[in-house]
Write a protein that binds this ligand. Structure first.
Ligand SMILES: Cc1cc2nc3c(=O)[nH]c(=O)nc-3n(C[C@H](O)[C@H](O)[C@H](O)COP(=O)(O)OP(=O)(O)OC[C@H]3O[C@@H](n4cnc5c(N)ncnc54)[C@H](O)[C@@H]3O)c2cc1C
Length: 502
């Protein structure tokens, strides 16, 4: 398709997406490509995106980033999962924690044993068998391993961090490894008259920067992927109708929780993300069902600490670019699409996009087979995450506002319908290709939202009732003991990764 060797990569944008891409290319393709990043201080970054999922640790590991140093530099805290409040109905809450619930016995997933035992009120709580959930409830944390049955257990963790400090940290890290940065506003894009490939970008002050491959990390505006290439956007607002967020920081009202909170309101939901130096808050809402002013008031009425700045409004349309990679432009981050922040998946999608680009890196020239495979894999991953997020809105008993009635009664993607129906019979869960979320995630959110299986797999009947109860009781004892021995989240941070006070 285009046999031009890729020697120079130009990254447009210096938010989380731009610097995550820069860091990986500089480290993993050192000596193969030259990396140039352009960002505009005048335009700035979106400045939200502060909760993550455990896959970020693999990315950091591949770069060789020291976890404690990274947490210190970003005012970070540890995240064990998300507490969903009022989602199924007002007054109800549940956790979607990382890691597993229980341990499987032989070939039978743990939850089938639990589904069998739960009729007995002593065994009714699925989250009693999750070290992550118990540690979250008691605000404990450790990275130390513990014995769980015949296996070694750990609490699976991710991070909360300050988005501006994260971009700064990644910038320092990338520049130290050779990424060249130019500050300036891009005002023009030159394309090859025949192929339409992007050849260079022009800055306001006249400088022209050329490259062989362009990575569009310019945020919602999609300067190259949409502005120049007119790639098109698949709008998913009929399934994910939220389209605005107010964001505001507050002072911490107490020790940082080791988990994110997501609180459903009448026409959307609110996040609370605890950091070492402040708490990040936001109200994500649908402007068809609540005005911007009302949504702002809902946020301000539901904060725990003193407000530290004026609330900021961010507008978006949920969906994805029709192509993530078009000609010689690969879009990452908000330029590639946005699924709304409910399950903290956007930073992960940047990282998986970078990993795929590296796996398919077109060093000998851009070939359609590689482009198509990249688009196929990214598309599947976006769709699987989309369905998982829709589940939270759709499987609800809430009927207290037109927004929730719309979500509860809307039509949903066929695969999600199939997945929910299958689970509702005998609790069977299949993980689809490119599905980011594990069986444990689907289990917790389906049960939490009220999708309740009638039966369970018959292999769970292989244990006698007495053995089943002993198995569950022992597991619970092991988890309780392990969690009791953990330090508090606050003490763990103070001992290992407290941010510098400067
Ligand atoms: C309300 C909300 C909450 C979110 N919460 C989470 C979360 O909890 N977890 C999570 O994983 N993700 C979250 N996200 C997503 C996350 O914020 C983004 O994925 C992440 O910040 C990456 O943004 P970006 O780098 O793509 O864009 P931006 O941060 O917008 O960066 C764009 C860059 O492009 C540059 N640029 C743009 N135009 C030009 C130009 N003409 N010339 C030069 N430079 C230009 C800008 O200067 C900037 O450097 C959230 C998003 C929103 C909207």
């Amino acid at each position: 398709m285009n046999d031009r060797r890729i020697a120079r990569v130009v990254i447009v944008g210096g938010g989380t997406a731009g610097w995550l891409a820069g860091a990986a290319l500089a480290k993993l393709l050192a000596g193969v490509v030259e990396v140039h990043l352009i960002e505009s201080d005048e335009i700035g970054i979106v400045g939200v995106g502060e909760a993550t999922i455990p896959q970020i640790r693999t990315y950091n590991g591949a770069l060789g980033i020291d976890e404690d140093e990274f947490i210190r530099a970003t005012q970070g805290t540890f995240k064990l999962g998300i507490e969903f409040i009022n989602w199924r109905k007002p007054g109800h809450n549940y956790f979607h924690t990382f890691g597993d619930n229980g341990v499987p016995l032989g070939r039978t997933p743990f939850h089938h044993y639990w589904l069998r035992a739960r009729r007995d009120p002593g065994f009714a709580d699925l989250w009693a068998y999750s070290a992550n959930a118990q540690a979250a409830l008691k605000r404990k944390f450790t990275r130390a391993a513990f014995e769980i049955g015949s296996r070694t257990g750990v609490v699976a963790h991710a991070f909360h961090f300050d988005a501006a400090l994260y971009a700064k940290y990644l910038r320092g890290w990338s520049e130290a490894r050779g990424v060249k940065r130019t500050e300036g506003k891009i005002v023009g894009v030159e394309q090859n008259a025949e192929t339409g490939f992007v050849e260079s970008v022009r800055l306001e002050r006249g400088e022209v920067i050329g490259g062989d491959l362009f990575i569009d990390c310019s945020g919602f505006r999609g300067l190259l992927i949409e502005g120049a290439l007119k790639t098109g956007y698949q709008d998913w607002s009929h399934w994910l109708p939220v389209n605005r967020a107010w964001a505001v920081p507050t002072a911490n009202a107490g020790p940082a929780r080791p988990y994110t909170q997501s609180i459903a309101h009448q026409a959307g939901w609110q996040w609370r993300i605890p950091l070492q130096h402040r708490t990040g808050n936001g109200h994500v809402f649908c402007s068809d069902h609540i005005s911007e002013d009302e949504a702002r008031a809902v946020l301000l009425a539901n904060l725990e600490g003193e407000v530290l700045a004026e609330p900021r409004l961010i507008k978006f349309v949920t969906g994805r670019r029709k192509k993530f990679w078009n000609k010689n432009v690969v879009a990452l981050g908000l330029a590639s699409g946005f699924l709304e922040p409910l399950e903290s998946t956007s930073i992960h999608l940047i990282q998986s996009g970078v990993s795929r680009l590296l796996a398919l890196f077109p060093h000998t020239g851009i070939h359609q087979a590689e482009v198509d495979e990249y688009n196929r894999q990214c598309g599947l991953e976006f769709e699987r995450i989309r369905d998982f997020i829709i589940l939270h809105y759709h499987a609800t008993e809430r009927a207290d506002s037109p927004f929730w009635t719309h979500c509860r009664t809307m039509s949903i993607p066929e695969e999600l319908t199939r997945k929910m129906a299958l689970f509702a019979v005998n609790g069977v869960i299949y993980r689809e290709q490119e599905d980011l979320f594990t069986e444990a995630s689907w289990l917790q959110v389906m049960l939490g939202q009220g999708v309740d299986p009638v039966g369970y797999h018959p292999m769970a009947d292989q244990l006698s009732e007495a053995d089943l109860h002993r198995f569950l009781s022992d597991l619970r004892t092991v988890i309780d003991r392990a969690v009791d021995a953990m330090p508090t989240h606050e003490a763990y941070i103070a001992a290992n990764c407290a941010a510098r006070q400067d």
